[in-house]
Design a protein around this ligand. Structure first.
Ligand code: GUN
Length: 301
């Protein structure tokens, strides 16, 4: 038997329609137009693509969209100045500082300067703490996207064993908190974990966010499990480990999808799985932030 592929694009399109509907209502009933600001420092091509897609999606939804691009040589003080100016801009409800930042700029200093009410990535200590306390207002976009996919695919996940591989601030840590809040039994694995394949084989929900192409093998997967692949790795287009010498690349996840799909019940593809959800969840957060800043209840999306 082969796994059912979780169609991230279809789930994302449905969420996007709900966000668009609520954004239209916010505008017509309250005159509030959600505003998203992106801040990019330097010229990393992958980051440029991500940021451009975020701005394009915001514009397509009728949001205000502003972009600040600083040179890779910008000082920490200059970046902090941009963040503080955006904190004070009433037309901006969400601020996203694209990571990673160049080495001369401390990530913590930038996150500490960000107004938590506008922190649509939910990376500030305030938002991380609210999530830990079960009082989250804004939740990191990729973990939120994964939880929506799980809910719409599996329904309740109460009592299921979930393994999260990767402990980043952007994904692994918030994902573990959300799974716990949904009553899963959560294990976190990382680069120092012993016998990862054995741990993985116990997981009803196996989530890989490692950043290594095809790291999770088919024989790590428990029969009937749900496999969520958060990885986005660029490899030579001949396949992982081959180099055509022509510079062409393709995107693959952290999971050997073909092998894992022979064992799993549900699996997300790369591309077209989790990644499709992330940007729409960012728009959802911007909408929620806009409503909160206008003193309105959280929209039902
Ligand atoms: N870099 C890679 N993914 C992300 C993300 O979701 N948010 C930010 N701010 N930077 C990123």
């Amino acid at each position: 038997m082969s796994a059912t592929i979780i169609d991230g694009k279809a789930h994302a399109a449905a969420l996007r329609a709900r966000v668009a509907g609520e954004a239209a209502r916010l505008k017509s009933e309250h005159g509030v137009i959600p505003g998203l600001a992106t801040v990019l420092v330097g010229d990393d091509p992958a980051s440029e693509v991500y940021v451009r897609n975020k701005n394009k999606t915001a514009q397509a939804l009728g949001f205000n969209s502003v972009h600040r691009h600083l040179p890779g040589t910008a000082s920490e003080a200059e970046v902090l100045g941009e963040v503080r100016a955006l904190n004070g801009d009433k037309s901006v409800h969400g601020i996203l500082v694209q990571l990673p930042l160049p080495g001369q700029i401390r990530e913590e200093a930038v996150l500490d300067a960000l107004d938590p009410a506008k922190d649509v990535d939910a990376l500030t200590p305030t938002n991380a703490g609210l999530l830990l306390s079960g009082r989250a207002r804004l939740v990191s976009c990729t973990p939120m996207g994964v939880m929506i996919l799980l809910r719409e695919t599996l329904g309740a996940i109460t009592g299921l064993d979930a393994l999260v591989i990767g402990r980043s601030l952007l994904f692994g840590k918030p994902a573990a908190q959300l799974l716990l809040a949904a009553n899963a039994t959560v294990t976190m694995a990382h680069s120092k974990t012993r016998d990862l394949p054995a741990l993985a084989r116990r997981a009803d929900i196996l989530i890989a966010a490692i950043g290594r192409a095809h790291y999770v093998k088919g024989d790590w997967v428990k029969p009937g499990a749900t496999v969520i692949d958060v990885g986005i790795n660029r490899v030579p287009s001949g396949g992982a480990g081959t180099d055509t010498g022509e510079g062409r690349t393709r995107l693959v996840g952290d999971v050997d999808t073909d092998e894992a799909a022979k064992v799993a019940r549900f699996i997300t593809p790369v591309p077209g799985g989790v990644g499709a959800m992330t940007i729409v969840c960012l728009m959802r957060n911007t909408l929620i932030a806009a409503a909160a800043q206008a003193g309105l209840p959280a929209p039902e999306v």
